[in-house]
Every structure is written in structure tokens, then in C-alpha cells.
Design a protein around this ligand. Structure first.
Ligand SMILES: Nc1ncnc2c1ncn2[C@@H]1O[C@H](COP(=O)(O)OP(=O)(O)O)[C@@H](O)[C@H]1O
Ligand SMILES: [Mg+2]
Length: 303
């Protein structure tokens, strides 16, 4: 086994997803230790990041979600400190957190994304409603966990929804409703893993369905036929490559009623708890949780 030295599992942090990150981090520390790796929890909210060097850490396993952890900030700090870290670099992390700019890149490369419009104070809201139809989805480009995601169903409501959301992070985008099913496909070191079908019991996959309910159904292997499964994995790999994402990521998809697949968003730091989607998918191809953690750790790099 490669010698990783003293490994800091960066967990917790400053974002609203702090608790989820702490759960993932604890599972990762236990798994790495089981593999004989000298892994320790490190929460940058409790200990200044500069302590990494002073405490002799040689490698960082990053499982900080959201602001500062997933958006390129901590990646930049680790670059400057010269500590190899897992996952995507500064630019890919920043683009992955910005649904609008990520979509622009995917679109430019011909990858299928749901039709969308960026909303502004002076948008012609009726025209957007005509263009995208109802229902449609409106969301802030730089939040997560379904925060600020609204399904707009009534004629004439778009403007007031925009007004309610415009204080949130990033551009406000309106998107055509794609209603034939929701999927997620992990990519591990450039290889597409089995897709997962997500069936929320709520109207869509909102915050409650993600974190507080136990009736969301996750199917892995999913219900895709062989061709669509292969296509989804290819699209996921291309979607990750498009923004320069590295390590382990998850690309979320929607399917329309005719069966066409669309890239919805990318998650450059997916959850790694016992219930998370990536470990479920990896298990299907014989990669257990501890092996998955080691695979990810091997991607640690600077530059
Ligand atoms: N265009 C769309 N068509 C259908 N459902 C959508 C659409 N956009 C978002 N959703 C629903 O809202 C959920 C959250 O939206 P998403 O863009 O993934 O934001 P977040 O980053 O907060 O997860 C999705 O998982 C899906 O259930
Ligand atoms: Mg999502």
C-alpha cells in the first residue's frame, strides 16, 4: 500500500451541510484506520487550517461539503500550503458549485441539459413562462440541498417567486420541468459506476426527502435498460471531464417522458455516510466502503 503518511480527514466545516460532513468524515476515518492508514478527523471550524502543517499532516482527505469545502476555497488554501488533497481542484470545485456556469460549459460541449433561462429584475417573466411552460423549476445557481428550489405551477407566479429567491447565492435560473424520473451516476477516477434511481415520496427531491424522511426510495442497480445505463455513465464521465472534476463525483440526471436523459447538476464532493449513494453504487461493482475510501485517497494531489 502507498504510504500516505499522517492523513487529515477534513470534515465538519462552516456550511449548512456540516452535520452530514461530520457523519461522512467519521465513517471515512474508521474505514481508513481499518486499512492501516494513520487517519485523523480534522474540523477546520474547530482548528485553524494552518495547524495541518504544524501537526505533521501529509495528506488531506476532503469531505467538507458546501461553502469553503466544496467551492474551491479550501482547495486553494491547501494548494498554497502544498498539502496534497483528494478530489477536484480549485476551478472544477468552483464551477461545480455554480449550476449556471456548469450548464453553460455542458451546453457548449453538446451535453444535454434542461432548457433554462436566467432571471433578472427586468426579465420578461411572461415570455419565460411561454418559453419553458408550466410547471417549471426555479432555483438559485449556487445553493444546494434543494434550498430555494421551487416548482412553479401557476400562471403569473414566476415574478414573485423570483423576488423571493433573488437574495440567495448565484443567478436565479428557471428550468423546463423534466418529469420522467430522477437518477444519479457516480464517477470514480474517470470511470462511470452503476446509476441510482431516486424516487422521492414528496413531489420532488426536496430538503425533507433528502435528509429528514425515510421514505425516499433509492434503487441500485436502477431501472435503466442496458443502453441507457451505458449512455448515462458515458454522459456522467463527460460531464465530470467537462469541468475538470477529479476523484469521486456524482452527476445527477433527469429523464423526460420520452426517455431522453439530461444532466441536472454535478456534486464534486458527494456524501460518504453508510447511507450515501456513491458507496451503494460502488458496492455493486465489488468496491466496498473501505476500498472506496482508499481509491479516493490515492487521488490526493496538489497542482
Ligand atoms: N428541471 C427540473 N425538472 C424536474 N425536477 C427538477 C428540476 N430541477 C430540479 N428538480 C427537482 O428539484 C431537486 C433539487 O434541484 P437541484 O437542481 O438538484 O438542486 P440542489 O443542488 O439543491 O439539489 C431535484 O433533485 C429534482 O427533484
Ligand atoms: Mg440536486
Amino acid at each position: 500500500m502507498q504510504n500516505f503518511g499522517k492523513v487529515a480527514v477534513l470534515m465538519g466545516g462552516f456550511s449548512s451541510e456540516r452535520e452530514i460532513s461530520l457523519n461522512s468524515g467519521a465513517a471515512i476515518v474508521a474505514a481508513l484506520k481499518q486499512k492501516g492508514i494513520d487517519a485523523h478527523p480534522f474540523d477546520p471550524k474547530e482548528i485553524p487550517l494552518e495547524e495541518l502543517k504544524k501537526q505533521g499532516f501529509q495528506t488531506a482527505f476532503n469531505i467538507l461539503h458546501g461553502t469553503y469545502g466544496e467551492d474551491g476555497a479550501i482547495q486553494g488554501a491547501l494548494e498554497v500550503m502544498g498539502i496534497p488533497y483528494t478530489g477536484s481542484g480549485v476551478a472544477a470545485s468552483a464551477i461545480g458549485m455554480d449550476k449556471y456556469r456548469c450548464k453553460l460549459i455542458w451546453q457548449a460541449l453538446g451535453l444535454p441539459v434542461p432548457e433554462f433561462a436566467v432571471l433578472h429584475d427586468d426579465s420578461d417573466f411572461d415570455a419565460v413562462e411561454q418559453q419553458l411552460g408550466l410547471p417549471m423549476f426555479v432555483k438559485p445557481a449556487a445553493e444546494g440541498s434543494s434550498v430555494g428550489v421551487v416548482k412553479v405551477k401557476e400562471t403569473g407566479r414566476l415574478k414573485s417567486v423570483y423576488q423571493e429567491l433573488k437574495h440567495l447565492q448565484g443567478e436565479i435560473i428557471a428550468e423546463r420541468f423534466i418529469g420522467g424520473g430522477e437518477y444519479s451516476c457516480p464517477v470514480l477516477c474517470g470511470r462511470g459506476l452503476p446509476s441510482i434511481r431516486i424516487i422521492p415520496a414528496t413531489e420532488f427531491y426536496d430538503y425533507e426527502a433528502k435528509y429528514n424522511r425515510d421514505d425516499t426510495v433509492y434503487q441500485c442497480p436502477s431501472d435503466l435498460n442496458e443502453d441507457d445505463e451505458a449512455l448515462m455513465r458515458t454522459l456522467a464521465v463527460k460531464g465530470a471531464q467537462a469541468i475538470g472534476a477529479e476523484g469521486c463525483v456524482r452527476v445527477d440526471f433527469l429523464k423526460d417522458d420520452s426517455g431522453k436523459l439530461y444532466l441536472l447538476e454535478i456534486n464534486t464532493l458527494p456524501g460518504m455516510t453508510g447511507h450515501s449513494l456513491v458507496p451503494k453504487s460502488a458496492a455493486q461493482v465489488g468496491v466496498d466502503f473501505a476500498d472506496l475510501c482508499v481509491e479516493i485517497l490515492k487521488t490526493a494531489h496538489v497542482g
